[in-house]
Design a protein around this ligand. Structure first.
Ligand SMILES: *Cc1c(COP(=O)(O)O)cnc(C)c1O
Length: 360
């Protein structure tokens, strides 16, 4: 099979150019005779790579100097614990907006360390998922922080606006970081598991305002101590070096593409094409209210679910892979992160129209 478009939600496809460069220098990185994964994280060339990757990310998102940028272990879920441990004292309240499965899981984990208050949750109105208006949220005035997930990867629900709350905002951007410009100064903390829009799994990137770190809870594992990791340049212990290297290549690729402004236009064009295809037909449907539709993860159902298996099989034969929806939701899901070219979405929509015709 020559042209495969991989719509996996995560670990997701990476830019072809990045994979080619990694392949080319796999055995002999920068002429050192070893792979980048075989050298010390404290060696001068690796430290340079690490600093360059951080700088490129700072440039891409215009991250202010009073924020740490951390490259940590433990993926997205590791941060579900690290956030309450670092930003709140034991038993303190923290606000959680739950708009789908990831923010709900974050709330459950946080409850081990803080009193997590669910301010509101997404609900279905006339069969379409929507987020309650902010005026209906039960915000706690003593909350140490306000946590939400701007893009719910499983449910395909995206919040168009930043919540207007007084507590420092913590955002799980695992599936939308670097997909459009953001104003970092309006957040207290941003975190992202890398495997959707940054690089390989296992790495998580944390952007945190330094003055929020007043000392973690006493039981916090040292590797999850943001202040300590900030002081140690994310090298308190051996970081996931190969993942860090690949993330750095992705940041350079993003810069070459024109940065997050270019990504926003690219991602909007892909999402519009796919939603148009879904909306144009009664054969397919998406169950998220239009203002909350995700540009990154597009779940859709066939009106006749008994055709699901056939749809997936034929798609696979056309090189359109990993379109099965999350096991908790069913149906289909197309994840169309930064690395997915427009041609991939065009191929998908052509296939969807053809499949519908053939089922007549
Ligand atoms: C994938 C994902 C996670 C979990 O990431 P892991 O690295 O598997 O722990 C958390 N939040 C969101 C929004 C995700 O998409």
């Amino acid at each position: 099979m020559t042209n495969v478009y991989n719509f996996c939600a995560g670990p997701a496809m990476l830019p072809v150019e990045v994979m080619k460069q990694a392949q080319q220098e796999f055995l002999n990185w920068q002429g050192c005779g070893s792979s980048v994964m075989e050298i010390s994280h404290r060696s001068k060339p690796f430290v340079q790579l690490a600093e360059q990757a951080e700088q490129d990310l700072r440039d891409l998102l215009a991250i202010p100097d009073d924020y740490h940028v951390l490259f940590m272990h433990g993926g997205g879920r590791g941060q579900f614990a690290a956030v309450p441990l670092n930003l709140a004292t034991q038993g303190q309240a923290a606000d959680y907006l739950t708009t789908g499965s990831w923010s709900s899981a974050a709330l459950t984990e946080a409850n081990k360390y803080v009193v997590a208050n669910e301010v509101a949750k997404a609900r279905q109105i006339d069969g379409l998922w929507a987020v309650p208006e902010q005026s209906a949220w039960q915000v706690n005035n003593n909350a140490a922080y306000f946590h939400y997930c701007p893009n719910e990867t499983v449910d395909g629900i995206e919040l168009p606006d930043l919540p207007d709350v007084s507590a420092p905002i913590v955002a799980d951007m695992s599936s939308c970081i670097l997909s459009k410009p953001i104003d970092v100064s309006r957040y207290g903390l941003i975190y992202a598991g890398a495997q959707k829009n940054i690089g390989p799994s296992g790495l998580s990137v944390v952007i945190v305002k330094k003055d929020l770190l007043k000392g973690p809870q006493a039981s916090t594992p040292a590797i999850f101590d943001y202040a300590l990791q900030g002081k140690e340049g994310s090298m308190y212990n051996t970081p996931p070096t190969y993942a860090w290297y690949l993330a750095g290549l992705v940041f350079q690729w993003l810069k070459k593409q024109g940065g997050v402004n270019a990504m926003e236009a690219h991602n909007r064009a892909k999402a519009e094409l796919l939603y148009q295809c879904i909306d144009d037909s009664d054969f397919y449907r998406n169950q998220v209210a239009k203002p909350y539709r995700s540009r990154m993860n597009v779940p859709f159902q066939l009106a006749n679910p008994s055709l699901d298996a056939q749809f997936l099989k034929q798609a696979e034969q056309q090189g359109l892979t990993s379109l099965q929806g999350h096991r908790s939701v069913g149906g289909m899901r197309a994840s169309i992160y930064n690395a997915m070219p427009l041609a991939g979405v065009q191929a998908l929509t052509e296939f969807m129209r053809e499949f519908e015709r053939s089922m007549g």
